[in-house]
Design a protein around this ligand. Structure first.
Ligand code: HEM
Ligand code: HEM
Length: 220
């Protein structure tokens, strides 16, 4: 550590908590979607939507290494990185940065399309009736998006294993504790309270949308 620098985490608490919530909750979504436990599927799906939206907004107002502007690079930089140019930064490398954004967008799109989906038997998302004919299209997207999300998660985990086994980088440790050897930030993290405010507003908006969405007519 250079003199005058503070040992702040590269990944702040918000990034880490949201990150580790993803594998836990997505595994649950896979299971509950397959088993038809749709009430639980919806609740955990809402929480994933709030988590991914919060992370996306945190990418504009959060701590230094959480901000997109500080880790998204030009296609040219990504190409040079793929061709072997060493990366000396502390946050996501040029390829990892874009794959993080792709993962966040796929989680958001998965959860959003679920709001409009229907299993055509017992359960429909809160906006399925309102969406009319679009419900089938968005429901089909819920399935296609799931294939894309699963594939990208598989690539993501393989990439992390590659960095661990071949490049000997302790990426997982940094995502758990926030820092690793020679990987600490000199930037003080933004207070996590702001992330709670963002999550609170996102939850309130979602709750209002779900509460006021028109219900399909009952035939009983
Ligand atoms: C299953 C669902 C998963 C999703 C949706 C997901 C998503 C993400 C996202 C969005 C990021 C960027 C973090 C940020 O800037 O906020 C990230 C980074 C990371 N993920 Fe995952 N992840 C998943 C599973 C895992 C698993 C199982 C592991 C452990 C093997 C893992 C290890 C990591 C690590 C180490 C990083 C940091 C990479 C770096 O240093 O640049 N992830 N992940
Ligand atoms: C990131 C969050 C989500 C994930 C990972 C996810 C994942 C899944 C999976 C794996 C299935 C089973 C697909 C299949 O068997 O082919 C499914 C089905 C379904 N999900 Fe989600 N889901 C999410 C969010 C939501 C939300 C928020 C809702 C609604 C509130 C929802 C509503 C549905 C419905 C209605 C089905 C049945 C579709 C059908 O049978 O065609 N999902 N979801």
């Amino acid at each position: 550590m250079r003199q005058g620098q503070r040992d702040w985490p590269v990944w702040d608490v918000v990034v880490r908590v949201i990150h580790w919530y993803f594998p836990l909750a997505i595994a649950f979504m896979w299971w509950s979607g397959g088993e038809g436990l749709m009430q639980w599927h919806s609740w955990v799906g809402y929480s994933l939507l709030v988590a991914s939206l919060t992370r996306i907004l945190w990418g504009f107002v959060g701590s230094y290494y959480a901000r997109f502007a500080n880790f998204l690079c030009s296609p040219r930089a990504v190409w040079h990185y793929i061709r072997g140019k060493p990366f000396t930064g502390l946050g996501h490398n040029p390829l990892g940065g874009w794959s993080s954004v792709a993962l966040l967008l796929l989680v958001t799109s998965q959860a959003t399309s679920g709001l409009f989906a229907s299993d055509d038997i017992l359960f429909e998302g809160p906006l399925a009736y309102w969406a009319g004919d679009w419900s089938a299209t968005l429901g089909a997207w819920h399935e296609t998006n799931w294939t894309l999300l699963r594939t990208l998660i598989l690539i993501h985990v393989c990439a992390i294993l590659f960095y661990k086994l071949v490049k000997k980088q302790a990426l997982v440790q940094a995502m758990i504790t926030g820092r690793a050897v020679d990987r600490f930030s000199s930037e003080k993290p933004v207070s996590s309270r702001w992330a709670l405010v963002i999550a609170g507003i996102a939850s309130a908006v979602l709750a209002l949308v779900v509460a006021y969405a028109p219900d399909s007519p009952s035939y009983y």
